[in-house]
Ligand binder design. Structure first.
Ligand code: ARG
Length: 462
């Protein structure tokens, strides 16, 4: 028969199906390490407060340490029917120390315990996610390096807009991922508060030195309010938001790569090892891994929405609804852990088709440069826009391009055009003409790439 931490209040055994429905050990065993860490520190805090004799506190600490080691060696360690990870650890402690093990829970509630566990978990797991995100940034930076001054078109409204460096395009995907790593750092800061000492909701009637306990567990601070602490999962929601936004960024990167590797563009070639074939059409080379990344983004957004929806209607204080936080957090973490290395490999394996990308960066994309030329000769921009618009209309109708215009045709459009207009209408001159640090000017892109390299070094990657 199953025993619970709360059976004293009840006449008989719980309904088996309802017990299974409410049990969380199936997924919260993932907090085992953190539950042991938190419980060991709690035992030490009880000892420091004189609530447990020093030698007993030490015995608790040691017994919990031994329980932790068993997880590595004992095959069927987690095949138990406990209600949750907290009950599981406590049962093992009682099995190891006898009845005195039951004193560990003095002054402590599972409501704060589950919060401390999840906070500890996120504090140790988010850095791994950050590292994997930085790995994608690194692959993008490497490709940007290799691309040098190669050119491609940029798009707005998915119509060719202006020439850019391929490196600029690649770094445009690195920038949001760098922000994601910083956003995850914010999620760590939010989780970095000790909830122990909050009791079930009103605080604890034992003189626990929570500041010392926070230091012992590596928390930066203690929570402000015990009532808030028992129902606060903002730190989980923040983690889910950072995860969802990272997946959105990966999805957009995936979408760009899918398009730009497609037959219509072929600016890049996907590595064979990261593509799949069709069972029917022999010519196909499909970007399945990227499609899966794009597809999985929906679940991560769903996990964020599920968490926020769970939180929005809760009365203050712990409610069992909060148990839903863990599957959302673990699910988002698993999705990221699956997607990030794949995206990194795909980016790493891209081959740039320089000629094709550069060829697509030429032509009417240079219309803004022609207008800028007229502005340089004193024409107001709005007038210049009109003049060049007329020229574009003519060229489109005649299936022609700027370089095919004779000097007479240029002059017919505006007498401010001089023969040097011919040298201005190349993609290389267009990108070189950009003046701002965030622009596609080669010097600006090189300097931004150097910044990304510096950032990667600071992340312990390069
Ligand atoms: N499994 C529970 C959870 O995830 C642990 C806290 C249980 N607290 C309670 N009062 N039933 O939220």
């Amino acid at each position: 028969m199953t025993t619970t931490l709360w059976s004293g209040r009840f006449d008989g055994a719980p309904d088996a199906a309802a017990f299974d429905f409410g049990a969380s050990f199936r997924f919260d065993r993932r907090l085992f390490e953190d539950d042991v860490t938190g419980s060991r520190a709690w035992a030490r805090a009880l000892g420091r407060a004189g609530i447990l004799p020093a030698d007993e506190a030490q015995r608790f600490d040691a017994a919990l340490g031994a329980i932790f080691s068993r997880a590595d060696t004992q095959q069927d360690f987690f095949t138990a029917n406990d209600e949750d990870v907290h009950s599981f650890v406590e049962r093992l402690l009682v099995e190891s120390l006898g009845d005195s093990g039951r004193r560990l829970h003095t002054g402590r509630s599972r409501n704060e315990q589950v919060s401390v566990d999840l906070r500890l978990y996120l504090k140790r797991r988010i850095p791994l996610v950050q590292r994997a995100v930085a790995g994608v940034v690194q692959a993008l930076a490497d490709q940007a390096d290799a691309a040098g001054d190669a050119l491609m078109p940029s798009y707005t409204h998915f119509r060719p807009a202006q020439p850019v460096l391929v490196a600029h395009f690649l770094l445009s995907h690195a920038a949001p991922l760098v922000r994601d790593v910083e956003r995850f750092a914010g999620a760590i800061r939010e989780a970095d508060a000790l909830p122990l000492g909050s009791g079930a909701i009103a605080g604890t009637a034992y003189a626990i030195d929570v500041e010392a306990l926070a230091r012992d567990l590596g928390f930066a601070r203690v929570v402000d309010n015990s009532m808030d602490a028992s129902s606060d999962r903002d730190f989980a929601a923040t983690f889910l938001y950072a995860s969802a936004l990272t997946m959105v960024h990966l999805s957009r990167l995936a979408e760009d790569v899918i398009i730009l590797c497609g037959d219509e563009h072929r600016f890049f070639e996907l590595s064979d090892a990261l593509s799949t074939g069709s069972s029917m059409m022999p010519q196909k080379k499909n970007p399945d891994p990227l499609e899966l990344v794009r597809g999985k983004t929906g679940r991560t957004i769903g996990q964020l929405v599920a968490m926020l929806t769970t939180l929005k209607g809760l009365p203050t204080g712990y409610n069992k609804d909060l148990q839903e936080d863990k599957e959302a957090v673990f699910g988002a973490e698993d999705t990221l852990a699956g997607c990030l290395p794949v995206v990194r490999s795909v980016v790493h394996g891209l081959t740039l088709n320089r000629e094709r990308a550069a060829a697509a960066a030429s032509g009417l994309l240079l219309a803004t440069d022609v207008a800028d030329y007229l502005v340089g000769r004193g024409l107001p921009f709005r007038r210049a826009h009109e003049v060049v618009g007329g020229l574009v209309r003519k060229l489109v109708a005649e299936h022609r391009d700027f370089p095919s215009l004779s000097m007479e045709e240029w002059r017919a459009a505006s007498d401010r055009f001089e023969p040097d207009i011919r040298d201005r209408i190349t993609p290389a001159v267009s990108v070189a003409a950009k003046m701002t640090p965030q622009s596609t000017a080669p010097a600006a892109v090189r300097s931004r790439l150097a910044n990304v390299r510096k950032w990667l070094t600071a992340q312990g990657l390069c």
